[in-house]
Design a protein around this ligand. Structure first.
Ligand SMILES: Nc1ncnc2c1ncn2[C@@H]1O[C@H](COP(=O)(O)OP(=O)(O)OP(=O)(O)O)[C@@H](O)[C@H]1O
Length: 274
């Protein structure tokens, strides 16, 4: 049975409990979000445009202040201690790294310079070892290493953005819509690499996606967010088999795409009327 669950009960490497976020002291983007990312797992956070996914990642990374946003309720704990109030650098040092939506590469720097920026907290020897690791993982990035990042294709830029985060040796990697605007084959390559890392090194992943199809294949557990609230969560295969998820996130049914909330109201209305 797929259900909404108060997260954090089983600890988890990362645990959000009843998190609320406000922008500009007036816009409530996240209303009440609890979720858990257990160590060594891939967890998906799914939702449509404006649901609050990126805001949650920014809250975890401690960068909301740059956009006049703040966590006004709840807690975000990594390995048992709160991240609230910690500066972004301290959060990176603890091993939480984010690949932002849109990749955010330094467009005028070369691919290799971008990667080196990701290892800025590392020693020169670690940086050299990191570059070799990333090049082995993404041979295409190696081929392009001397090119200006801004001229790469979207897929290559996504690989560089992931590589740059990996240079920081994350223990938990947060990916914000890695499939956005990319051809299915490139998406597959990127997801295969991330899953291989998870399998081979135990890297924990929080994957934010609109593309439920690929995300639910990659993740072991998923959460669906709408209007700043988790409306459904469960094991990925159960979510993928759920009628409402199939209808509204996997596009298996005809008709106008509404929201999970509409589905529930519609079903309730049907029950009342029957
Ligand atoms: N810097 C900001 N200032 C004010 N409101 C914001 C800001 N960033 C996001 N919002 C609002 O917060 C809500 C959640 O936005 P968020 O970017 O977290 O959604 P999302 O699920 O990541 O969407 P998308 O998939 O389109 O990136 C939206 O209503 C958005 O307009």
């Amino acid at each position: 049975m797929v259900s909404c669950r108060a997260a954090g009960r089983d600890g988890g490497m990362l645990a959000l409990t009843n998190v609320q976020v406000l922008y500009d002291r007036s816009i409530q983007a996240v209303r009440d979000v609890s979720l858990t990312v257990p160590q060594g797992k891939v967890v998906a956070l799914l939702g449509s445009n404006g649901a609050g996914k990126s805001t949650i990642l920014k809250a975890i990374s401690g960068v909301l202040g740059q956009e006049d946003g703040e966590v006004i309720g709840g807690d975000i704990r990594f390995e048992g201690s709160s991240l609230l109030g910690a500066p972004p650098r301290a959060i990176i040092e603890r091993g939480l790294l984010q690949v932002p939506e849109g990749r955010a590469l330094f467009a005028t720097l070369t691919v290799e310079e971008n990667l080196i920026m990701g290892g800025y907290l590392r020693s020169p020897a670690e940086t050299r070892e990191g570059l070799e690791r990333i090049y082995a993982m993404f041979p295409r990035v190696k081929e392009r290493r001397k090119q200006i990042a801004g001229y790469l294709s979207g897929g290559e830029q996504q690989m560089v953005a992931i590589g740059r985060a990996l240079m920081g040796r994350p223990r938990l990697l947060m990916l914000d819509e890695p499939s956005l605007g990319l051809a299915p084959q490139i998406v597959e390559t990127i997801f295969e690499t991330v899953l291989a890392l998870n399998r081979d090194t135990g890297l924990t992943v929080l994957l934010v996606e609109q593309n439920a199809q690929v995300a639910l294949k990659a993740a072991s557990y998923g959460y669906i967010i709408e209007n700043g609230r988790i409306v459904l969560d469960g094991p990925a295969e159960k979510l993928a088999a759920n009628d409402d998820v199939q209808e509204f996130y996997l596009g298996f049914a005809a008709g106008e795409r509404k929201s999970m909330r509409d589905v529930k109201h519609y079903k309730r209305r049907k029950r009342w009327l029957s």
